[in-house]
Design a protein around this ligand. Structure first.
Ligand SMILES: [Zn+2]
Length: 431
């Protein structure tokens, strides 16, 4: 480890400042110690000091992902804590929250503590478990949330399953709010999606596949917003995918209901037409929707109705994906592709860069109560160096994740994470 990292003439974009300026940034040990023009003068490269200068590079606060599946325990063939955090670091993330739908489910102090201990021993980016809302994610009995929080859980969710029982959801919101734990809902009325393979619409009809209608998401979001308002609790909607859910969240925020929401890169970039070739890499839950939904999601992200971006990184092996669509598991990998894919929206003018950065840093850290990564003197040194001009083709075989399930293999993108620094340590790239 170097004693100092000196970034010369980088464009710092930190919406918390707000700052958008070309300056030098000096990191010593685990802190940002100097920010400003010429702040790096007087530092010479040595075996103890790295001086990093790259034409046109950006320096951003480290990213925060509040929705990833790292598959440990039980699914280590697809991903484990070590490979998942390597992928996260390569993607520019310094904080990763992992969902509890593992084998066994993370509904106990033991699993939460195991995850925290494994991640800590790796000395890389930070891992924050999300524990289950209900025992075994069966939607019946609430977990011991106080215990789980004490062990390191930052939120509760039954992700992969929806808490459909209104009484259980009411109790979960009430109970979690006493510890200020956010409740993250996977909004899907399972009675409406039984056997569904993709979004219910013209394409599902043409392909003869059972559809997952938008209303299955909307009815749950609507009910949960009523419950959150009634009990006065914080509520977070995972992977919003429909124009209807966006409208409900917008109205709820206008009325002062404490709701937050996330959207995935794939729901911002792809539609149900991606399923025309029965590509299992495009089978996700909730499913890819229609252009009007994508448009609504983009606008909601840009105006802040949707607070943050979450990858829903969902690694799967060939046994889960190289099969017919109906037999394949939903999900795609996302940690390493998030930034390069979404920079396309910035170049198109669909998303201001400062909003993208906020949606990857400040907004998600606020949802789960983590310290916000910032670039200013005295801040913890959690930064990402990005080359926004680098053009390349995504090669899934070269990613750090153990899995390869992405429809973006071979996609042409522009913008690369060059270096990720977490608490002053270089955790991806080379200084
Ligand atoms: Zn989910």
């Amino acid at each position: 480890m170097k004693d100092a990292l000196v970034f010369r003439r980088v464009r710092v974009v930190d919406p918390a400042g707000p700052v958008d300026d070309v300056v030098d940034v000096v990191v010593e040990r685990d802190r940002v110690v100097r920010v400003g023009r010429g702040a790096g003068d007087g530092y010479a490269a040595s075996d103890r000091v790295a001086v990093i200068e790259r034409e046109g590079a950006w320096l951003l606060p480290g990213f925060v992902d509040i929705h990833a599946h790292l598959r440990e325990p039980g699914g280590e063939g697809k991903e484990d804590v070590a490979s998942g955090l390597r992928a996260a670091a390569a993607g520019g993330f310094v904080d990763v929250c992992c969902m509890p739908n593992t084998l066994p489910v993370n509904d106990s102090r033991g699993v939460t503590e195991m995850l925290v201990a494994k991640a800590r021993a790796l000395q890389t980016v930070r891992l924050h478990p999300i524990a289950a809302i209900t025992v075994g994610q069966r939607g019946e009995q609430l977990t011991e949330m106080a215990d789980l929080q004490a062990a390191g859980a930052v939120a509760v969710s039954d992700d992969g399953r929806c808490v459909t029982n209104s009484q259980v959801m009411r109790r979960a919101l009430e109970y979690a709010s006493t510890f200020d734990l956010p409740v993250i809902q996977h909004a899907e009325d399972h009675a409406l999606t039984d056997g569904a393979q993709m979004h219910e619409g013209a394409i599902s009809t043409r392909l003869g596949l059972r559809g997952w209608p938008r209303v299955a998401e909307d009815v749950i979001v609507a009910r949960d917003l009523l419950l959150a308002e009634y009990v006065g609790a914080r509520y977070h909607v995972a992977h919003v995918s429909t124009a209807g859910a966006v409208r409900l969240i917008r109205d709820a925020k206008a009325r002062g209901i404490p709701v937050t929401a996330e959207v995935t890169p794939h729901h911002l970039l792809l539609t149900h037409e991606a399923l025309l070739g029965y590509d299992t890499a495009c089978k996700v839950n909730p499913p890819l929707r229609e252009p009007e939904d994508v448009e609504a999601l983009r606008r909601a992200l840009a105006d802040g109705t949707i607070d943050c971006i979450a990858t829903d990184h969902a690694p799967h092996g060939v046994l889960d994906k190289q099969v017919e669509l109906s037999a394949s598991s939903p999900g795609m990998i996302g940690l390493e592709l998030c930034l390069p894919l979404l920079l396309g929206l910035v170049r198109e003018g669909a998303l201001p860069l400062s909003r993208l950065v906020d949606a990857l840093t400040g907004a998600p850290s606020k949802v789960v109560g983590l310290e916000r990564p910032r670039i200013r003197e005295g801040a913890r040194a959690d930064v990402v160096l990005v080359d926004p001009l680098d053009r390349y083709t995504i090669d899934a075989a070269r990613l750090k994740t153990k899995s390869r399930n992405t429809p973006f293999d071979g996609a042409h993108v522009q913008g690369r994470v060059m270096l990720t620094v977490c608490e002053g340590r270089v955790v991806a790239g080379e200084a």
